[in-house]
Design a protein around this ligand. Structure first.
Ligand code: ISL
Length: 529
């Protein structure tokens, strides 16, 4: 796998900076905290660390509302702290990725404040303004992801501005070349400081159809689903102009050596892979593949998807990637259950493609119930009728040890979100000492990836294991063949010749006899003899 790039070869580890390590003692994680934990990150065997937004922000959407694209928010530290983090990471061989939020700024951004001055403001056209409908109401039926209309009236000018998220997150007007130039300037600023790559927030939403037509209703919407899903978003998502802007963005990245971007894109595979571009016109290096998150946890369905996706990637010349969780999704251990956890982790780290891991998943963190009076996520607060809407449960502090505040923050400090009730048992320190822990299983998997290039660069081919609850596939490279056997169910399953060969790793640790049946919920990696 020598010719692979770092973002193909390695694992991306997502840190939600508010929740990783609080060095300053204010209950919120920060950059110096992350720097202090770099040796831990290196010990995991990951390649790159992606930081959710650290930029100057009023934090109404916890940093996804940027008030200065080239500044570090004081809550997280200073530019000097950031430089130290990058240097420290690079010394340990870790890449650093930032979270770039181009679709919208904060309403506190100087650009929006200038635009608010009136229709003649030089920055007016940097955002998306429309006159009211003839009856004075919103220009059309577009909705915010967080509930309510995607339009807010600016009383002074009598016009509405577009916001696909909070009213305090006005959409930037990407059709305006000045906006694009300014936003590319921010990318260059961070790349000059040594940043290796970017996760690009809602990249598939950058442009809107400029006829501003009503979106069609979604016939599959039901009460209990978020309001945003009541429409089919054919005019606000995946527009041809968006593709053009991404091609431009890619050229900015290519001004620097070996940089990459991964795009946040929630689309079906046939509309997702075009975001990788073509050999001649490249776009994002990785278009996030979130499909394992949305689909039922079922061996046959996961296999069918993996087959389809892998083949589509080969055809499109796109490098595959896999995700089980992030700061917007419920913890995967909570979704698949304790028993399915190691099967899922094995799947993530052995399918062909770049895995992205969410902080804490390596120790098996689960959703933490957050009582109503402690809820802070606007997506949850604005949609109280949708219990699953809040993203607080998957954003709770990292569990480092069994001291007060689990080592996340000094004793006596109140963390910004509550810690898991079992943090005194489920934590890094405890799992370091336990050979059979989730943490050591994760490390065993990353070690295997390093020792066996077939797991990284090898071809993927699935097998019919003869049972609906077993997913079996092989990874082959240069004569080495590794078989991954995943028992999604609670039955013992004899998979015959598929299990023949030396067991390199079992989720139940003991290798067992050659060719032994799969035990309930066992994940096993076998080297064919
Ligand atoms: O989470 C989602 C899919 O289940 C969608 O609601 C949508 O993809 C998401 O809200 C978009 O997320 C990104 O942009 C938001 C920010 O709040 C999220 O944290 C970020 O990941 C606005 O910047």
């Amino acid at each position: 796998a020598g010719e692979l790039k770092w973002w193909q070869r390695g694992i991306i580890y997502q840190i939600y900076p508010r929740s990783f390590q609080d060095a300053s003692g204010d209950g919120v994680g920060d950059l110096r905290g992350i720097t202090a934990r770099l040796p831990y990150l290196a010990s995991l065997g990951v390649e790159a660390v992606w930081l959710s937004p650290i930029f100057t922000s009023p934090m109404r959407d916890f940093g996804y509302d940027v008030a200065d694209y080239c500044g570090v928010d004081p809550l997280f530290g200073t530019l000097e702290d950031f430089d130290a983090l990058v240097q420290g990471a690079h010394r340990l061989g870790l890449k650093v990725m930032l979270d770039y939020v181009p679709n919208h700024s904060s309403s506190d951004h100087a650009w929006f404040q200038e635009a608010l001055k009136g229709k003649d403001s030089p920055k007016r056209d940097w955002y998306v303004w429309r006159d009211p409908a003839p009856d004075g109401s919103v220009p059309n039926n577009w909705k915010s992801f967080f509930g309510g209309p995607a339009w807010t009236l600016d009383e002074r000018s009598g016009q509405y501005y577009l916001h696909q998220f909070l009213p305090s997150q006005p959409d930037l007007n990407w059709r305006n070349p000045e906006v694009r130039a300014a936003m590319y300037g921010a990318l260059r600023f961070w790349m000059r400081r040594g940043v290796d790559g970017f996760r690009v927030d809602v990249i598939w939403l950058l442009a809107e159809d400029d006829r501003y037509l009503d979106e069609p209703e979604n016939p599959d919407w039901q009460p209990g689903m978020i309001e945003h899903a009541s429409l089919d978003h054919i005019y606000t998502q995946d527009q041809p102009e968006t593709h053009a802007y991404i091609r431009e963005m890619r050229q900015v990245l290519d001004e620097f050596e070996d940089r990459m971007m991964v795009g946040e894109i929630y689309l079906p595979v046939d509309r997702l892979l075009p975001y990788a571009g073509t050999k001649d016109t490249e776009m994002v290096h990785l278009p996030f593949n979130f499909h394992l998150i949305g689909m039922p946890w079922d061996a046959a369905q996961v296999r069918a998807f993996a087959d389809t996706y892998d083949a589509a990637c080969v055809l499109a010349g796109a490098w595959p990637n896999w995700v089980l969780g992030n700061h917007d999704q419920h913890r995967f251990k909570t979704r698949v259950g304790t028993q399915g956890y190691r099967v899922a982790q094995t799947l993530l780290l052995t399918l062909r493609g770049t895995p992205t891991v969410y902080y804490g998943d390596e120790i098996g963190m689960e959703n933490v119930p957050v009582p109503p009076e402690k809820m802070v996520d606007p997506a949850g607060l604005q949609q109280p009728d949708v219990p699953a809407a809040s993203r607080d449960p998957e954003r709770t502090p990292m569990q480092w040890d069994s001291t007060e505040n689990a080592g996340f923050a000094p004793a006596g400090v109140t963390p910004w979100l509550p810690l898991a009730a079992d943090a005194d048992q489920v934590n890094v320190a405890a799992q370091e000492k336990d050979e059979g822990s989730d943490l050591n299983y994760f490390r065993a998997l990353t070690r295997l990836r390093r020792e066996h290039p077939a797991l990284v660069g090898g071809e993927y081919h699935s097998h019919d294991a003869g049972y609906g609850d077993v997913f079996a596939f092989e990874r082959t490279l240069d004569g080495e063949r590794l078989t991954v056997l995943l028992n999604f169910g609670g039955e013992t399953r004899a998979v015959g010749a598929l299990a023949n060969g030396e067991t390199l790793l079992s989720s139940l640790w003991d290798a067992g006899a050659v060719g032994a049946p799969l035990r309930p919920f066992e994940a096993r990696i076998v080297r064919a003899g």
